[in-house]
Design a protein. Structure first.
Length: 157
């Protein structure tokens, strides 16, 4: 089950991981198990830590599909569809697990791509912002294209 989801920028993610590593403690309290999604093109700090559940994915800060009808036919759109399926499958494994997971998502700025993934997780798995563990910082502007693809992931299977 997913009890917490949060979007971070790359530097905050690195600092959080470093603090947890130095203290040899879980990242989010003793009752939550941290899982990470690192969205690059910047080199993810996740590459420097041994974590039980994580994925690193390369998604550029995409905008609208080239054909503008929401379907997408460009190489970038096909690439994004594959990544969205990978994200959805990874998150579903956490949701199906009986352990209480904290899903921490980072991208370069923590505003667009990571916020889109965190927003989708909140919507799909009912991890609501008012829950005591869930938060997105105030500057987020979830990437509309990535969020739309995540909401429609079933179409791509």
């Amino acid at each position: 089950m997913i009890e917490h989801v949060q979007a971070f920028n790359r530097d905050d993610a690195r600092d959080l991981l470093n603090r947890a590593w130095r203290k040899n403690t879980p990242t989010f309290g003793e009752h939550l198990h941290p899982a990470w999604i690192g969205v690059e093109p910047a080199v993810s700090p996740l590459r420097h830590f041994i974590l039980p559940k994580y994925m690193i994915i390369r998604i550029p800060d995409v905008t609208e599909p080239e054909d503008k009808d929401g379907v997408g036919t460009s190489f970038q759109d096909e690439f994004l569809k594959d990544d969205v399926i990978r994200i959805a499958d990874f998150v579903q494994t956490l949701a199906d697990d009986s352990l209480p997971w904290a899903l921490l998502v980072h991208c370069t700025a923590g505003i667009s791509r990571s916020a889109a993934i965190a927003t989708w997780v909140q919507e799909k798995y009912k991890v609501l912002p008012e829950d005591r563990f869930s938060s997105l910082h105030a500057r987020t502007r979830p990437n509309k294209t990535l969020l739309r693809y995540l909401r429609n992931v079933g179409v791509f299977r």
